[in-house]
Design a binder for this molecule. Structure first.
Ligand code: TRP
Length: 332
């Protein structure tokens, strides 16, 4: 039996190098290893913190184009839109009955997000409950593995709990999925911030043109001193550059440290720019090709979402039966 994986992204904009290093590269690997891959474009989840400003449709296509341009193959993987799978909303309703309010409030990632947005007492039920919705995203497809970054760990914990509670309360419908934590380090932002992120404009996008990449790297913060060594505590920015350099060139960090002994930041940054641009070139090219065929990329979403609905329906038949909510619909 092929192993099934499920993971995904919120469509809030184009994907960047941090996404590639931390997640997309692994997805391509899973796909090559013959795993059955499901990738959810989680548009409902965008509403949690961007209820008024968003461009969901455009961003769904940006994410899709990034997926395709790094080598996610729609013939092998299922790419689908969350809000177009009604079973996800239904499953969320059932799951929401299995989670206490106090449990929902204990999710550390949600706590963090509430703090950073300053919602405080004005926090919406949607914000509090999106991890339950994410549990539905995952469990509807009964995957074996869920590859994620560290910030998603609390959601996976909650997902597993929901699976276990459901199975115990009703009937064993959900295999408890395994979490696969990305081993690659998270990339820092070019401004030295902890994370490359869309909102801080400190990221190199997979679709950035050559001159923008050059500009961004030129302006990126460095550390004091002039040695090029890997030391994330004393030299966070240079270490981050080394990680990127190594990832994009395939050269060892050790080897790079030796190669740049006695050389300055300027030369290092200039070579880094070259390496990143060489790495991104085929990705940019593929992106352009796909972008020139909107009918084809739309079809990918149609096909993927259809498949997701079919899979979802299979699980929901079991779920409705298990919770004795399978009385005949009056429209049937
Ligand atoms: N919360 C994830 C993120 O912000 C996106 C996501 C939604 C997801 N549903 C998922 C990830 C299911 C993994 C599995 O990146």
């Amino acid at each position: 039996m092929k192993k099934r994986i499920l993971t995904g992204d919120r469509p809030t904009g184009k994907l960047h190098l941090g996404h590639y290093v931390g997640s997309l590269a692994n997805r391509v690997k899973f796909q090559q290893e013959g795993m059955e891959c499901f990738f959810i474009i989680a548009d409902y989840q965008v509403l949690t913190d961007r209820l008024y400003t968003r461009d969901v449709e455009q961003n769904i296509y940006e994410v899709l184009l990034d997926y395709l341009s790094v080598g996610i193959d729609p013939k092998k993987s299922v790419i689908f839109i969350q809000s177009h799978v009604p079973e996800l909303a239904e499953l969320f309703v059932y799951f929401s009955m299995l989670v206490t309010v106090s449990r929902a409030q204990r999710n550390p990632t949600v706590k963090e997000e509430i703090k950073s947005v300053g919602h405080g007492k004005k926090m919406s039920v949607g914000m509090l409950s999106y991890p339950i919705s994410q549990a539905a995203d995952i469990l509807l497809f009964r995957p074996d593995l869920v590859p994620i970054g560290e910030d998603q760990l609390p959601h996976l914990e909650q997902t597993k709990e929901i699976a276990i509670t459901f199975n115990r309360t009703f009937k064993k419908v959900f295999p408890v999925p395994e979490t696969l934590l990305s081993k690659t380090p998270r990339l820092l932002g070019l401004d030295g911030h902890q994370k490359m992120s869309k909102s801080r404009q400190n990221a190199i996008y997979l679709s950035d043109p050559v001159d923008i990449v050059a500009q961004k790297i030129k302006k990126a913060v460095t550390d004091s001193g002039r040695e090029i060594i890997f030391d994330p505590i004393k030299k966070p920015a240079i270490s981050n550059f080394l990680t990127i350099f190594s990832f994009c060139s395939g050269r060892d960090i050790k080897e790079l440290e030796e190669a740049y002994q006695g050389k300055g930041y300027v030369e290092f940054k200039s070579d880094l720019t070259q390496v990143v641009n060489d790495f991104l070139e085929p990705i940019r090219k593929k992106r352009k090709e796909f972008a020139s065929d909107p009918k084809f990329i739309r079809e990918i979403l149609v096909e993927g979402t259809k498949k997701a609905c079919e899979e979802g329906e299979k699980t929901m038949k079991l779920v409705r039966k298990a919770i004795k909510f399978d009385y005949p619909r009056i429209f049937e």
